[in-house]
Design a protein around this ligand. Structure first.
Ligand code: UDP
Ligand code: MG
Length: 319
């Protein structure tokens, strides 16, 4: 086993408008969480912030060269920012965490201890307390239920993007060429030896959440359609189900006509069934369109992110 002073660690943190948070986090990491592990680097990924985040990062880097930053050309999204961090991290273990201090730095030592026991992925699970809003709790619960049903994954509830990855997992992650990254699913898909640590989330100190409900829903759709084609199969079953129902109804109408010699009347039933089938058809078309769109985007082979400037040497940009 490596001694503490020899372990090289990378902390990667995506930031989107986190000007008040980055220096607090960097200080907590430096003075508390990483105090026993001198061989570390903290890489902040500035994901197109429009506030003073980049200036803060530049200041932090001036004070301490172990605090590095990668500034992306625009907002590429949390998941792509994580990819930028993984691509450029040098540590034997890489820990990804949010900038808003909701992921308590105190847990880092436990992540490292589990990693040293031989686990390749140490992920974390949030234990909800009073701090989180009611809406966030409910949406999170159904988010995972829905996700797991439709994707062929078994993602545990409340596992955020706060985890440690061993170098060999990071090397796999670096090779990914897919457009729509969804780390929560990917780390389960990778396999490897995993273990879990529980933590209590802190309240966001500064700034707002970047994941309002609408964004959570598109995150879920993205997650599902990135991992499985179950929704397409669901469309087939739905189509079969409705056809069977229609056939039964047809028989019923025929029988009624033969017995009473009068056709079923009704403008309402015609309109309702037309609208119902119309709705279902649009829904299924949407599902097909979602996959087609993904195929289209992927076929362009564009990079997950573009670096504007960074503290890395220029040849590292190309990685
Ligand atoms: N983030 C980012 N790019 C984005 C949105 C968010 O880099 O487009 C970062 C953000 O700065 C934070 C982390 O991703 O460090 C998680 O975001 P947030 O705290 O808003 O999500 P929540 O904790 O509410 O789920
Ligand atoms: Mg947060």
């Amino acid at each position: 086993m490596l001694s503490k002073t020899n372990i090289s660690l990378s902390i990667i943190t995506p930031c989107f408008n986190e000007q008040e948070n980055v220096s607090i986090l960097a200080n907590q990491l430096r003075t508390k969480a990483l105090i026993n592990y001198p061989n570390y680097e903290i890489i902040f990924i500035n994901d197109g912030s429009t506030d003073g985040t980049l200036n803060e990062l530049k200041k932090l880097n001036k004070e301490n060269k172990k605090v590095k930053y990668i500034s992306l050309a625009r907002n590429f999204g949390h998941q792509n920012a994580i990819k930028a961090g993984l691509d450029h991290a040098n540590g034997d273990a890489v820990i990804m965490m949010d900038a808003d201090l909701q992921h308590p730095p105190e847990i880092i030592e436990q992540l490292i201890i589990e990693w040293q026991k031989g686990f390749d992925i140490v992920y974390t699970q949030r234990k909800d307390g009073q701090e989180l809003g009611f809406i966030k709790k409910i949406t999170a619960k159904y988010f995972y239920k829905f996700m797991n049903y439709f994707s062929d994954l078994n993602i545990e509830q409340n596992t955020a993007d706060f985890r440690l990855l061993d170098r060999k997992v990071v090397n796999v992650a670096k090779k990914l060429k897919e457009n729509d990254l969804f780390w929560r699913g990917l780390v389960f898909w990778f396999g490897f030896k995993k273990t879990k640590i529980d933590y209590k989330a802190n309240q966001r100190i500064h700034g707002n959440t970047k994941y309002p409900l609408a964004k959570m829903i598109s995150f879920a759709i993205n997650g599902i359609t990135s991992f499985s084609i179950k929704p397409l199969r669901f469309a087939i079953f739905l189509g079969m189900g409705i056809s069977v129902l229609a056939a039964i109804y047809g028989l019923y109408a025929l029988l009624l006509y033969l017995l009473t010699n009068e056709p079923i009347q009704g403008w309402t039933s015609i309109l309702l069934s037309v609208l119902f089938i119309g709705g279902i058809q649009l829904l299924i078309l949407g599902v097909i369109g979602e996959y087609l769109g993904k195929l289209f985007m992927q076929s362009k082979n564009r990079p997950n992110y573009i670096i504007d400037e960074s503290t890395l040497s220029s040849n590292e940009h190309e990685r």
